[in-house]
Design a binder for this molecule. Structure first.
Ligand code: FAD
Length: 256
């Protein structure tokens, strides 16, 4: 799960046009809360022992996202943080995540959100599947598991697909999978005692030269704030001339 700038607070860019992820309020990406929820539901329905591990790659503050998942009910947390990771693109982010997952131990299910709420690339799960050499089932709106079998409903523009897969696999879930739970007071207290590990790049065997902005395959050259909205033009209906005034306005803007 990703730690993202809070969309309701002030968000900024750094001088190199990367997102300021340190000097602004952040939180567990709301779209990733659905993945945490689905993981917890699978654990609750399973017969055997299931361990839910919350994994996040991000700056120091990103540990808050891991804590939130632990408060919701995840069993253990892993936070990968290293100054060299700042400015990483999808390719580097997926590399770090894959190496961290390999260190933790490849699980039956790697669960992701459908997209992050800041960059919304929706590509990290697919890249992870490729790196881990696992099948992928993405954009699941309904998730069912039985033993090592996974069945999902995937809503497209013109059809709904039902896709089956055998674990281990990478699964990404949408906001249609059902409301994510709020941490209870008991959950918040219990989270304080849950294991939470911090990995650096050297812990997971990633060379700092493979990550960061300097090796990103793309870069944002410039970003400009959208100009504030100007006041609209009001067409008044005086003496019954409103319709023709409106027509003239629409013609002048080439809308008709
Ligand atoms: C304004 C802006 C500027 C950017 N500039 C650049 C740039 O110049 N060059 C460049 O290459 N990239 C740039 N990026 C992309 C940035 O590096 C991506 O945020 C990052 O690579 C991950 O992609 P994503 O957020 O789109 O993830 P998605 O593919 O949308 O994420 C899907 C799922 O993958 C998982 N996931 C994604 N990231 C993490 C994580 N860190 N930890 C744990 N799980 C995760 C989550 O479950 C998430 O729901 C920019 C992004 C923004 C918002």
């Amino acid at each position: 799960m990703k730690y993202v700038p809070d969309a309701t607070a002030d968000r900024r860019f750094e001088s190199d046009n990367t997102v300021d992820r340190v000097g602004v309020d952040g939180l567990l990406s709301e779209l990733d809360e659905y993945a945490v929820e689905q993981a917890l539901q699978i654990k609750e329905k399973a017969d055997g022992d299931v361990t839910v591990t919350a994994l996040c790659v991000g700056p120091e503050k990103a540990v808050d996202a891991v804590r939130k998942a632990l408060q919701m009910g995840a069993d253990q947390g892993v936070h990968v943080t290293d100054e060299a990771i700042a400015g990483s693109d999808y390719i580097a982010t997926s590399l770090v995540l894959a190496k961290a997952i390999e260190k933790i131990g490849i699980p039956d299910l790697v669960m992701c959100g459908m997209a992050s709420t800041d960059a919304s690339g929706s590509v990290v799960p697919a890249m992870l599947a490729e790196r881990l050499d696992l099948p992928q089932v993405t954009f699941a709106a309904v998730v069912e598991t039985q033993g090592d079998q996974v069945r999902v409903k995937r809503d497209g523009d013109i059809a709904t697909e039902v896709i089956g897969g055998t674990m281990p696999l990478v699964l990404s879930v949408t906001d249609q999978t059902g409301e994510a739970r709020y941490p209870s007071f008991k959950g918040i207290m219990a989270a304080k005692k849950k294991p939470l590990e911090t990995y650096s790049l050297s812990d997971i065997g990633v060379d700092p030269a493979q990550v960061g902005l300097s090796v990103a395959w793309s870069s944002v050259e410039d970003a400009t704030a959208r100009p504030p909205r100007t006041a609209g033009e009001i067409v008044k209906d005086e003496d019954g001339s409103g319709a023709s005034a409106l027509t003239e306005f629409l013609v002048s803007k080439k809308f008709i």
